[in-house]
Write a protein that binds this ligand. Structure first.
Ligand code: UT7
Length: 319
C-alpha cells in the first residue's frame, strides 16, 4: 500500500442564468449554427449580480463536502484555481475558507488559467502524499463573463461561468491519484491573454485569443501529456474508463481522443451545456459524470487541460 490522495467527494455549482446561443445572437453578430458547428456549444451559464467566483466556489465546495460526508473543519488545505478572482487580493480561497466557517487551514489560489485545476490538484496531491495535510479541498472556479469583450464574437460566445470541487483524503491504498504531469511554455503568452492587470494597466482587462493557433497547439500538447501521464501510471489507453477533458471545443475533444485511439464514448463531454468555464471545466465535468452515474468507484479516470501561458497538464486516478 502507498499513501495516495483519494477522491472522497465531488461537487459543482452554476450561476442561475442560462444563456442559449439564440439569446446571444440577439446582441452579437453570430448564429446558433456557427457556434454549434465550430465548437459544439449550445448553452452557457452567466453570473448575475451577487454571484461571484467566490460564491460559486463555496457552493461547489459545500456540495463536494456533503458528497464526501466530511465536515468542513476537517479540511487542512484549500487550493483554488482561478484566473477571475473576486479581488486582486486576498485570495478567493480564503474567502471560501471563511464562508465555510473554517478557522484555520492552508488556503491559496493557483493561477494557470484553463489548466489551473490540474495545477491545483497536483499541488494538493503533493501536500497529501508528503504528509503535510490529510484532507484537501481542490476547487476550480471562474466568472469569465466578467473579462469577456462582449463585442468580440470570436471569443464571447465560447465561455461560461461555474465552479467544481473535489475533496481529497490521504489514505494507504492502491486507488486515488496515480500520476500527474504539468507543463508550461511562456513563449506563447500572446496567443491567449487578458490585455490588462494590476501591475501594467491598473485595470482588469479583457480576454484576447488567436483561436486557430490555440486549437493547433491544444491537440498536440494534450495528446502528448495524456501519453506521458498514462505511461507514468503504468496504464495504456485500453485501461482508461473515462477521459474528463477541459471543455474548450468539441472538435478538440474528438481530435485528441482519436490521436490516442480512445473511443469517443469514453470522453465526458459537457461543453454543449456549460461552454468553456476555464479552470472550472474539468471538476464541473467530473461532477456531472459522477452524479449521472457514468463514473463509478474503481473506474480509471484521466483528466486533462490546456490553456493560456501556454499551460497544459493531465492526471490519472482510480476513482
Ligand atoms: O480554453 C483555452 C483553450 N482554448 C481553446 O482551446 C480554443 C481553441 N480554438 C477554437 O476552439 C477555435 O479556433 C474557435 C472556436 C475559437 C474558432 O473556430 P475556427 O474554426 O478556428 O474559426 P476562425 O477563428 O478561423 O474563424 C472562421 C470564421 C472567420 O470568418 P472569415 O474570416 O473566414 O470570414 C471568423 O470571423 O468564422 C468567423 N467567426 C464567427 N462567425 C460567426 C468567428 N467567430 C464567429 C462567431 N459567429 N461567433
Amino acid at each position: 500500500m502507498t499513501r495516495r490522495s483519494v477522491v472522497a467527494g465531488v461537487g459543482s455549482a452554476l450561476p442561475r442564468r442560462l444563456v442559449t446561443n439564440e439569446e446571444l445572437a440577439k446582441t452579437v453578430d453570430t448564429t446558433d449554427e456557427w457556434i454549434v458547428e465550430r465548437t459544439g456549444i449550445r448553452n452557457r451559464y452567466i453570473a448575475s449580480d451577487g454571484e461571484t467566483t467566490g460564491t460559486l466556489a463555496t457552493d461547489a465546495a459545500r456540495r463536494a463536502l456533503e458528497h464526501a460526508g466530511i465536515d468542513a473543519r476537517a479540511i487542512d488545505i484549500i487550493v483554488l484555481a482561478t484566473a477571475t478572482p473576486d479581488q486582486t487580493f486576498p485570495s478567493t480561497a480564503t474567502k471560501v475558507q471563511a464562508a465555510l466557517g473554517i478557522d484555520d487551514c492552508i488556503a491559496f489560489d493557483v493561477h494557470a488559467v484553463c489548466t489551473g485545476f490540474l495545477y491545483a490538484l497536483t499541488v494538493a496531491d503533493s501536500m497529501l502524499r508528503s504528509g503535510n495535510a490529510r484532507t484537501a479541498l481542490v476547487i476550480g472556479a471562474e466568472t469569465f463573463s466578467r473579462i469577456l469583450d462582449w463585442e468580440d464574437r470570436a471569443t464571447c460566445v465560447l465561455f461560461g461561468d461555474g465552479a467544481g470541487a473535489l475533496v481529497l483524503r490521504a489514505e494507504e491504498t492502491e486507488n486515488g491519484i496515480l500520476a500527474t504531469k504539468l507543463h508550461a511554455d511562456g513563449r506563447h503568452n500572446d496567443l491567449l491573454f487578458v490585455d490588462g492587470g494590476p501591475s501594467t494597466t491598473g485595470t482588469v482587462g479583457k480576454l484576447r485569443m488567436k483561436g486557430r493557433e490555440v486549437f493547433r497547439h491544444a491537440v498536440v500538447n494534450l495528446a502528448g501529456v495524456l501519453n506521458e501521464v498514462l505511461s507514468e501510471a503504468g496504464l495504456t489507453a485500453e485501461d482508461v474508463d473515462w477521459v474528463v477533458p477541459h471543455q474548450a471545443n468539441a472538435r478538440i475533444l474528438d481530435a485528441t481522443a482519436k490521436k490516442l485511439g480512445l473511443p469517443p464514448e469514453k470522453v465526458v463531454v459537457t461543453v454543449d451545456r456549460h461552454a468553456n468555464t476555464s479552470a472550472a471545466s474539468v471538476p464541473l465535468a467530473f461532477d456531472t459524470a459522477v452524479k449521472d452515474g457514468r463514473i463509478k468507484r474503481g473506474d480509471v479516470v484521466v483528466l486533462e487541460a490546456m490553456g493560456g501561458g501556454f499551460t497544459w497538464g493531465a492526471a490519472a486516478l482510480r476513482y
